[in-house]
Each structure stands twice: as C-alpha cells, then as structure tokens.
Ligand binder design. Sequence first.
Ligand code: ZN
Ligand code: FE
Length: 261
Amino acid sequence: MKKQNAMPLEIVTIPCLSDNYAFLAHDAASGETALVDAPEAAPVLAVLKDRGWTLSHVLLTHHHWDHVDALSEILAAQPAKVIGAAADAHRLPDLDLAVSEGDTFTIGGEEVQVLDVSGHTVGHIAFHIPASKVVFTADSLMALGCGRLFEGTPEQMWASLSKLITLPGDTLVCSGHEYTQSNARFALTIEPGNAALQARAADIGTAREKGEATVPSMLQLEKDTNPFLRAGKASVKQAIGMEDLADAAVFAEIRKRKDNF
Ligand code: ZN
Ligand code: FE
C-alpha cells in the first residue's frame, strides 16, 4: 500500500571505520528502521540508542567486508530482517530476503526498488525509495566518483550509472565512502572548465576543513559535476579528445585515468 502525503523517511548518515558511511532510514509512523550496510557496530548501535529506534531491516549493497563485517554484532543487539542480492547470496551473510533488479519491498510502507548496479562488484545492488527521493548506491555511484572496478567491466559500470542517471535530480544519493575531496582533484583534470565542478570542489574543501561529511549528495549535482556520470556528454568527450568514441568507451578511459591518478 502506498502512503499518500506521508512524511518521507528520515535519513541519518553514520560515519564508520576510517571513511565508510552507513545509513539509517526511519519511518516515524510505523517505527520501522532500516540500516543500509554494516561497516561497524558501535556507531550504528549508538545512533539507534540515541534516537530510541529499533532496527527492523538491514539492507546490504555488496559483499565487501567494509559493508558487511559488523552485521552479526549489530543483529545480536538488534535483530532485523536482512535483505541482499540473490546473485550474491553465496558470499553474503545469511539473507532473510534475496532480491534482484526489479524486485520491490517496503520500509515503513514506502516502496523500495532494487537496482542491479554491478561494476565495483558483480552483484552490487542499489536501493531506490522514490517516495522519499533517496537512493543508496554504496560503491557504485559515489560523491563525485564511482567505485573501482574490482569485478565488473567498464561496460557494466556504465550501464549501472546510466540507470542511476535516469532518476530525478532531487534524489539524495547516499554513497559508501568519504572519497570526495580526492575525487574532486581528479574531476578537475577531466573538466577544468566546468564552473559547477569548480564551485563544488571549493565547497568540498570548505566542508572537509571543518571536518564535515560530503555524503550524501544530490543527484542533480552529480549529473552536473561527476565525470563518471558525464561520459556521454559531448563537452566531456571533447575535453579528453575522444569525440568519436561511444559513451562506455569514454567512461572506461575516465575510469582508467582515475585508477592511475
Ligand atoms: Zn566495496
Ligand atoms: Fe566500500
């Protein structure tokens, strides 16, 4: 059942480990609270205790240790239903619900849509909640960047980013790491003349000086400044001298340059 004119889910960003982020999505009406990824137990449990929230779901984006390792410790304190990719069930912690692209479930009555965003890993999924205008992308689309291609091909990651580009610009992008400042330095090598990027890089510098997080970010800002999302733009192709190449090939070149940056 879809809620009409309901309060959007409340999103809390939780810094974990050295540069990871976990997120809580809380529905005040039902009390349901979903955790997205489990990098570290103490900070997650502290926020739950502080808010007086009870965990109902844990959503896992991909199998890497820095996204799943604290799961058992968190569940020992706060039992919850664990949801992750069916394709990765063999290498994820035990799942209560195994999902694939196109599947939906609900948190606090709001529909959560599953997107396959393979590339960083094959089997990485994202969770889009249209009613609350939020997408949890972890290590696929990141603030001013995208995840390194440990398992997938550039074509796979480009296909994944191309799905995320189609979401509304006012969608909040909750990604998995605080890598934004170094991403900004790299992005400026691709599009030094992009005024929106220059402004964002300055904002990021200010935020980091104050020790503030640069995650989450708005999707429209990513569309305007993130070089990995902009591989299909004529201006970007021109900037790196690849006017005649297909979008995915331009993405592959930008990803390769970042790997060597
Ligand atoms: Zn990862
Ligand atoms: Fe990660």
